[in-house]
Design a protein around this ligand. Structure first.
Ligand SMILES: NC(=O)c1ccc[n+]([C@@H]2O[C@H](COP(=O)([O-])OP(=O)(O)OC[C@H]3O[C@@H](n4cnc5c(N)ncnc54)[C@H](OP(=O)(O)O)[C@@H]3O)[C@@H](O)[C@H]2O)c1
Length: 342
């Protein structure tokens, strides 16, 4: 590369700070544009991070027509991701799209089609794929230390309260969608990432706790059951109103051992009498500053420069989102839903 890639950031909220800080560490890119509904807010964000060659925009169209932009980070509320992602693809821009990428099936299909048609690289921000514990668990599974999986559970238990910036809009159905789309999709994605098979059938339940204290317009709690093609069973519990610290529990059982978060028991090690605890960085915080955005952005830039597709692109994220949408469909109809969705 004889020149830096130009990056544009859409949105000036909490997660945009994580994206900006991660790009700033990468010597191959420069942040050149920030989109906001208020130009002063975009300029303030640029000043906050010391971005010297960065313009403020209030129009996505104008931003996409400007010179020097190669890739875009979509850090706006969920309901804008399809429209903005399609516009970026049509303008030939590579993109990182924050999760969820869409709130319904037509939107999901539209974004997927646009990214395919225009041949741009995409990464969906399932940032936990770069969490060190995730990488360790994938290595343990690849080494066969717990044998053949038959049962997998990953939960997303994160009370999204007034202290979190997106609370101001995410409690509304038109903006948040469902608890799974808002947050539980991280756990659904992790379930798929660990099981490594196609999901074929989904069922779901959801509820409000008594009094709905956080005022969600949709059920903030759900349980999703997934059957994979090889018979492996999966479960995802989601709560975005739970009372307690953020947790992201992982249980993987195979015919030769079990993983519980960073604890391992394996029949491969004769004489093991209890859990082996493997020190690591766990996915135990909802704070954007804790998320491994540096590794995610480096991966994105590498995909652009090398021209290779990400394992975490929009086409892959379609499968995670289909499970989320199927869970809601199943609970509303009372019948299991087959995948892929028609
Ligand atoms: N991957 C992860 O781990 C992770 C973590 C956190 C968030 N996220 C995702 O990132 C997205 C943004 O979340 P966030 O926490 O950054 O939210 P946020 O703090 O509320 O920021 C969203 C930004 O979008 C812009 N915006 C444009 N239209 C808006 C509208 N109608 N209402 C509100 N804001 C609007 C706003 O910037 P202006 O006011 O300047 O226009 C706002 O600052 C969400 O989809 C969320 O799910 C992902």
């Amino acid at each position: 590369m004889d020149r830096k890639l130009g990056i544009a950031i859409l949105g000036t909220g909490d997660v945009s700070s994580g994206h900006i800080a991660a790009y700033q560490r990468n010597p191959l890119v420069e942040i050149r544009a920030i989109l906001s509904r208020d130009a002063a807010r975009a300029s303030a964000k640029a000043r906050q991070f010391g971005l010297e060659n960065c313009r403020a925009y209030t129009s996505l169209d104008a931003l996409l027509k400007s010179d020097g932009i190669d890739a875009v980070s979509i850090c706006t509320p969920h309901h804008l991701h399809v429209e903005q992602g399609v516009a970026c693809a049509q303008a030939g821009k590579h993109m990182i799209v924050e999760k969820p990428v869409a709130l319904d099936l037509p939107g999901l299909r539209k974004l997927d089609a646009a990214v395919r048609e225009h041949g741009v690289r995409s990464v969906v921000s399932f940032v936990l794929r770069w969490n060190p514990l995730f990488e360790m668990i994938r290595a343990i599974l690849a080494d066969g230390l717990i044998g053949k999986l038959f049962h997998a559970e990953v939960d997303y238990l994160h009370g999204i309260t007034q202290s979190i910036s997106l609370y101001s809009w995410v409690t509304r159905r038109a903006y948040g969608g469902t608890a799974l789309l808002t947050g539980g999709c991280h756990a659904v994605d992790a379930l798929r990432w660990f099981v490594g098979k196609e999901a074929v059938e989904v069922f779901g339940f959801a509820n409000f706790s008594e009094g709905n204290p956080l005022g969600y317009e949709y059920e903030p709690n759900s349980v999703t059951l997934v059957r994979f093609e090889d018979g492996t069973m999966g479960k995802v519990a989601t709560s975005i109103e739970c009372v307690g610290p953020y947790t992201f529990p992982i249980v993987l059982m195979g015919n030769g051992g079990t993983i519980r978060d960073n604890r391992l028991f394996t029949s491969r090690w004769p004489g093991q009498t209890g859990w082996a605890v493997i020190p690591s960085i766990l996915p135990d915080s909802g704070a954007v500053t804790h998320h491994p955005f540096n590794a995610q952005m480096d991966h994105f830039i590498d995909c652009i420069i090398s021209g290779r597709e990400s394992h975490c692109n929009v086409a892959d994220a379609v499968k995670t989102h289909e499970i989320c949408l199927a869970s809601e469909q199943a609970r509303l109809t009372g019948s299991p839903v087959r995948l892929p969705l028609q």
